[in-house]
Design a protein around this ligand. Structure first.
Ligand code: ADP
Length: 172
């Protein structure tokens, strides 16, 4: 028997973090001893709502009371990030067939290109309450919201910290 802790990386854009992400994270923590949330730094993405620094700050705040979670930025190959951090598992969420057709080749290729122990991707089926939820959908709602729109109506989709940050951003 080994004492090695099993660590996973939960990669994503997280612009912005939704309750769907947090559900996958919490369920992942039932499988892994610790999880590194890896925030993709992709300067090519034009329509970002929050900078990587802001996303990291928000994720740290949202996960403050969830043990065994750390948040880091990454760019480049996820397989290299995993190797450098001695991580053998990737955690992802699956909402539908579109997610699956994107995730399967990624999972297969990450396994092929991983150095050392093979990188395995663990995909968790989305909780039905979050199946229609995506960061881009919420960004779109936020981008059209007028001054009178009550952002608290988003509380079934977003952590309250995120609602406050959107409020700051759009009311500015
Ligand atoms: P990416 O651009 O890499 O898809 P996201 O931030 O959109 O980054 O998503 C990160 C991970 O969280 C992905 O595995 C994605 O499928 C998952 N995810 C996103 N939204 C949801 C949701 N509503 N329910 C469950 N998983 C989700």
């Amino acid at each position: 028997m080994t004492n090695d802790k099993v660590k996973a990386v939960f990669p994503g854009t997280f612009d912005l973090v939704t309750l769907g992400h947090i559900d996958i994270l919490k369920r992942g923590l039932a499988l892994f001893d610790s999880i590194v949330i890896a925030v993709l730094h992709n300067p090519a993405k034009q329509n970002a709502m929050f900078s990587v620094e802001e996303r990291i700050e928000i994720l740290c705040e949202v996960t403050r009371n969830i043990p065994n979670v750390e948040v880091q930025a990454y760019n480049g190959l996820l397989a290299e990030f995993a190797y450098e951090h001695k991580i053998n598992f990737i955690l992802r969420g699956l909402r539908n067939e579109t997610d699956a057709s994107y995730e399967l080749p990624m999972a297969q290729n990450n396994r092929i290109i991983s150095k050392g122990q093979k990188l395995e991707t663990i995909m968790l089926a989305t909780d039905p309450s979050y199946i229609q939820l995506s960061s881009s959908l919420v960004r779109e709602i936020a981008s059209y919201a007028s001054e009178n729109f009550d952002l608290n109506t988003l509380n079934q989709l977003l952590p309250s910290v995120v609602i406050d940050k959107i409020e700051e951003k759009i009311r500015r």
